[in-house]
Structure formats: structure tokens, C-alpha cells
Design a binder for this molecule. Structure first.
Ligand code: ZN
Length: 193
């Protein structure tokens, strides 16, 4: 029997202002982590207006808490801002995880150590299984760090460079997730930007 789960749709206040798209434009899912301690902090960040012309912010489509509960903040029919250069074709899934919080850009705090609990990973695999038949062209899966390799000055030493994005990071069990889904890792040559 299929696992019983549900997705709470809690749209961001600006969801209606995000650009519409046809679901067949989506061929990629990008895995993120929030780099924040909890879902509440992630929501606060997601609601923040970053793009003043469109009055929209940055967020994924789905958020998965550590206990495996799933929330939908942006409908897949809207383009969310989560991965520069890949938004139009992708779905963003955010896993609640500390990442480098609260020292994202400190050169001496670039090691990600917060584990992804089994409940959270099971919910991710379930969600990917749900999305696949709904989004007929969905084929690829990638981590945000793979698609954005920009470096920025470290917050503690401007002469040092650190990665702008490191999520979902080395704690994310790619082998385990890939063995449970039918999506294919995004090709390496496509990384060059
Ligand atoms: Zn990310």
C-alpha cells in the first residue's frame, strides 16, 4: 500500500505575482537545504521581498521539515527564485538543515555537519515519487551547489573566497536518494556556466 502523506499548501504572500509557466517546462529538480535552524526562520526568509520590481522573494516550491512534514509554498505552475539560471525549468525542494548557519560565509566555518534525519529523507523520496508522474518531463536531479559555483569574499577575511552556495552539502546521502528514485543526476558538462 502506498505511504500516506500529505502536503500542506501554505502559499507565500507573493505567490500570485510569480511568473506562470506550463508544467511541461519542468525537467529538473534542485535539492537545497535552508541553512537555517527551523522552518519558521525559513518562512521568514522566504516571505522577504528581495526583488523590488516584481515584489517577490527567494524560495523553493516545497519545504521538508526534519520530522518529514511537507509544505508547499509555491505552486509548481509558478517560477520560484531558488537557483540562478535554472528557475524556469526547475522545481526547488528545500530541506530544513542548519548548513553553515549562522556563519554562512566565514572561511573557518565551511564544514557542514548537520545530518539529514531518516524521516526527512523518506519524505523527500516520497515527494519525488509524487512529482514524477505529475510533471511529465521531469528527468534530472541536482544539488544547488552543483549549479551555482560562484565564490564570494569571506565575511571574516575579504581576501579569502568561500562558496556562495554549498547546499545540500556533503551530509546529503546522494547514493541513498538516487537509488530510491527514477530521476537522473544532472550531467556534469552542463555545470559550466
Ligand atoms: Zn539552495
Amino acid at each position: 500500500m502506498p505511504e500516506e502523506r500529505n502536503i500542506k499548501h501554505l502559499p507565500l504572500s507573493y505567490e500570485g505575482r510569480l511568473t506562470r509557466r506550463s508544467l511541461n517546462k519542468i525537467d529538473l529538480v534542485v535539492i537545497h537545504c535552508t541553512e537555517l535552524p527551523d522552518l519558521e526562520a525559513a518562512r521568514e526568509y522566504g516571505e522577504h521581498i528581495h526583488h523590488t520590481t516584481t515584489r517577490t522573494g527567494n524560495s523553493g516550491h516545497y519545504y521538508i521539515d526534519r520530522n518529514g512534514s511537507i509544505e508547499s509554498w509555491v505552486d509548481p505552475q509558478r517560477i520560484a527564485h531558488h537557483t540562478r539560471g535554472y528557475n524556469e525549468r526547475s522545481i526547488g525542494i528545500e530541506l530544513v538543515n542548519n548548513g553553515r548557519w549562522p556563519d554562512w560565509f566565514r572561511s573557518d566555518k565551511q564544514v557542514l555537519t548537520d545530518p539529514y534525519p531518516p524521516e526527512q529523507l523518506a519524505a523527500l523520496v516520497w515527494l519525488l515519487g509524487e512529482l514524477r508522474p505529475r510533471l511529465g518531463n521531469l528527468h534530472w536531479i541536482a544539488g544547488h551547489e552543483q549549479l551555482d559555483k560562484e565564490k564570494v569574499s569571506a565575511s571574516n577575511a575579504s581576501s579569502r573566497l568561500v562558496f556562495r552556495k554549498r547546499d545540500p552539502g556533503p551530509m546529503f546521502p546522494w547514493q541513498q536518494v538516487l537509488s530510491s528514485v527514477t530521476l537522473v543526476p544532472f550531467p556534469e558538462q552542463a555545470e559550466a556556466q
